[in-house]
Design a protein around this ligand. Structure first.
Ligand code: FAD
Length: 449
């Protein structure tokens, strides 16, 4: 086994995609002694004036924190992250209500800037002599069997670069080019769903250098079939994400339609965003699509592997996409530590990961319903209350949200745990109703005799 470990360490690894998962994966391979080439389509974001791409900030939770801690970066990230202790729900009249995530142990989510997190990871990569970063390298073709890769410089007049590696690790996001090659292989299962909902990002700027809403919450405006959320940024602004069915977006064509829609549904947020800014930002970009992808296996022999969104893109409503991608790296490192031959290591990774990856894709879909609709219902509040009480007195009773966000319980176990809790509560409720009927009946009979 030791020899297998040594042999794995000698391999040259090409990581494709220097996003959040790719740069973390590169760090982990390099720390194990591999020579790593990290290839990224975009320019180096540390020198870019504007970084295009998805959400400006992200909710970091336990799984991401654990992966960052393993490479010594957790505290650096938390030092500037903004804790979010619960949800602050905004109704149509502008009233707010706070639902703390974890009243018992006070665990919270952290709002982190995507760019800053990526920059910290890239800086850490620069510190290791056995990582070479190649920016402006867009993977154009890849031959997994031969381990050859062809990149193109996306800049005008950019040349093609051909290279090779012993192991290719695709961290190139939801539309992964590496995965496109896996899809062609017999035995590779793949499914994708685009949801009918799109999203658009707006901003609540800082006012006189301060936050315009309480910063330590994830703000939600649940409106049944659509919703808006806001996460705090370090510059004291909030990034606001409006999620809505595409046909609703398409009905808003004019400035007055937009302002009427906001006055009716998000009256308290409108003055904070500012009418002029809202109109500008809303019509500036088209709503973005959201895709959920399940596939397996994640590897090909001992030659290729996909991680992060490339392996399991999900809708963003559980705030777990990045966290799950980082947890992939934690799991892979644990299996690499067993010092098995590489093909066995990669096979074990797929085997241990796919059910959990499928589970979090499903949970993310479910949480969209919870956020936009269920949070308003009394049944949701009652269940939250029951969960909190039981969790306080029986710590083994871990509510679903806590198990997903504040523990490293495998995602599939989080679902199984919730099912068991549901069944238990159903039985207790049924037994209580039966006891009430029997007692009522006995009292009635006693009263008549
Ligand atoms: P990506 O971040 O997509 O990075 C892929 C990298 O590969 C990019 O740098 C890209 O330029 C590069 N690349 C792509 N193609 C090529 C190519 N051909 N050649 C070379 N390089 C290439 N997750 C959370 O955990 N918490 C949240 O709060 C959260 N909020 C979200 C909000 C929204 C609106 C969205 C859309 C997602 C959210 N996510 C969240 C999910 C999170 O953004 C992703 O799961 C995470 O970015 C995945 O990281 P990744 O490195 O796998 O992929």
């Amino acid at each position: 086994a030791g020899l297998a470990g040594e042999e794995v360490r000698r391999r040259r690894v090409a990581v494709v995609g220097a996003g959040l998962v790719g740069s973390l994966a590169a760090l982990n391979f390099a720390r194990r002694g591999n020579h790593v080439d990290l290839y990224e389509y975009r320019e180096d974001i540390r020198h870019a004036l504007v970084v295009t791409g998805r959400s400006i900030n992200l909710a970091l939770s336990q799984r991401g924190r654990k992966a960052l801690a393993a490479v010594g970066l957790e505290q650096k990230i938390l030092a500037t992250a903004i804790p979010m202790r619960g949800r602050m729900l905004h109704d149509t009249k502008g009233n707010t209500r706070v639902v703390i995530y974890d009243p018992c142990t006070q665990q919270c989510l952290y709002s982190v800037g995507r760019r800053q997190l990526n920059e910290v990871l890239l800086d850490a990569c620069d510190e290791l002599p056995n990582i070479t970063c190649h920016f402006n390298h867009k993977l154009a073709t890849v031959n997994l069997r031969e381990g050859s890769l062809e990149f193109r410089n996306p800049q005008p007049g950019g040349e093609a670069i051909t290279t090779s590696a012993d192991l290719i690790v695709g961290c190139d996001g939801a539309f992964s080019s590496v995965r496109q090659q896996l899809v062609r292989l017999p035995g590779f299962n793949y499914s994708q769903i685009y949801i009918e909902t799109g999203y658009l990002e707006l901003c609540i700027p800082a006012e006189a250098g301060d936050f315009q809403m309480p910063p330590n919450y994830l703000h939600i405006w649940p409106r049944d079939s659509f919703m808006m959320i806001a996460l705090p940024n370090q510059d004291r602004s909030f990034t606001v994400t409006l999620s809505m069915p595409f046909d609703m977006f398409s009905k808003i064509q004019t400035k007055s339609q937009l302002l009427d829609f906001f006055r009716e549904n998000f009256g308290d947020a409108l003055p904070l965003i500012g009418e002029e800014q809202l109109v500008k930002d809303f019509f500036k970009t088209k709503p973005q699509h959201l895709v959920s992808i399940k596939c397996r296996p994640y590897h090909y022999e001992d030659k290729a592997l996909i991680l992060g969104d490339a392996a399991h893109a999900m809708v963003p409503y559980y705030g777990q996409g990045m966290n799950a991608g980082m947890e992939d790296v934690t799991l892979l490192t644990e299996i690499l530590d067993r010092q098995l031959p590489l093909d066995e290591t990669l096979a074990q990774f797929t085997e241990k990961r796919w059910q959990d990856a499928f589970a979090i894709c499903d949970l993310a879909m479910y949480n969209y319903v919870e956020m936009r609709d269920l949070t308003k219902r009394w049944s949701f509040r009652l269940r939250k209350f029951v969960d909190t009480v039981l969790f306080r007195f029986f710590p083994a009773w871990i509510p679903l949200y806590n198990s997903v966000s504040f523990s490293s319980m495998p995602y599939s176990e989080c679902i199984a745990n919730r099912k068991w809790q549901d069944q238990f509560l159903m039985r207790v409720s049924a037994a209580s109703i039966l006891a009430m009927i029997v007692t009522g009946g006995a009292l009635y009979v006693q009263g008549r005799s």
